[in-house]
Write a protein that binds this ligand. Structure first.
Ligand code: GAR
Length: 193
């Protein structure tokens, strides 16, 4: 069985979309794959509730007590590796990852970012797209490499920026597309592993 481990920090709606698609499409039988665990660096991440309700193993690893990014990332990798993951999926995991962590998961670590990369790496992507006068925005699934938000692109989806959009209305429009694109991208990646 190819194990998928999903990392979240908040709402977990992308995680939930992947879990739902895996169930609906019967990934276990058709692709020999399952979501084995959902890990969060925040104990109050809403997504943990969703994951537990689906009977998926969850773990919380709070980054705050750790002395360094490297120390946290090493503990996180140890927790992830207990599930022997074929694929590690970042889904709203709001941490910058150390180069050692990224190297450890080379070729099996993906992220979703709420912009049309390479535009608007980092935070506040929707407000920045509006401020720049962009007519289109979107989201990107990419392989994770040492350079923040700039690994090879797996897939992208485009939405219009509409007159009167706020960061919130644009984010909601983009998120709807994330929920379609990320499960599809994960499924495609699983087939290459
Ligand atoms: C999503 O929009 C995702 O693209 C973004 O956080 C949101 C998480 O929502 N990720 C980043 O900004 C990564 N830098 P979710 O927890 O409901 O999936």
């Amino acid at each position: 069985m190819k194990n998928i481990v999903i990392l979240i920090s908040g709402g977990g709606s992308n995680m939930a979309a992947i879990v739902k698609t895996a169930q609906q499409e019967n990934w276990a039988q058709r692709h020999g794959a399952r979501v084995a665990a959902v890990l969060s660096n925040k104990a109050d991440a809403q997504g943990l509730v969703l994951a537990r309700a689906q009977g998926i193993a969850t773990e919380v690893l709070d980054h705050k007590p750790f002395e360094s990014r490297e120390a946290f990332d090493a503990a996180l990798a140890a927790a992830i590796d207990r599930y022997e993951p074929a694929l590690v999926v970042l889904a709203g995991f709001m941490r910058i990852l150390s180069s050692g962590f990224v190297a450890h998961y080379a070729g099996r670590l993906v992220n979703i970012h709420p912009s049309l990369l390479p535009a608007f790496t980092g935070l506040h992507t929707h407000q920045r797209a509006i401020d720049a006068g962009c007519r289109f925005a979107g989201c990107t699934v990419h392989q994770v490499t040492a350079e923040l938000d700039l690994g090879p692109i797996v897939d992208q989806a485009v939405v219009p920026v509409l007159p009167g959009d706020t960061a919130d209305t644009l984010a909601a429009r983009v998120l709807t597309q994330e929920h379609v694109m990320y499960p599809r991208a994960v499924r495609a990646l699983l087939q290459t592993l």
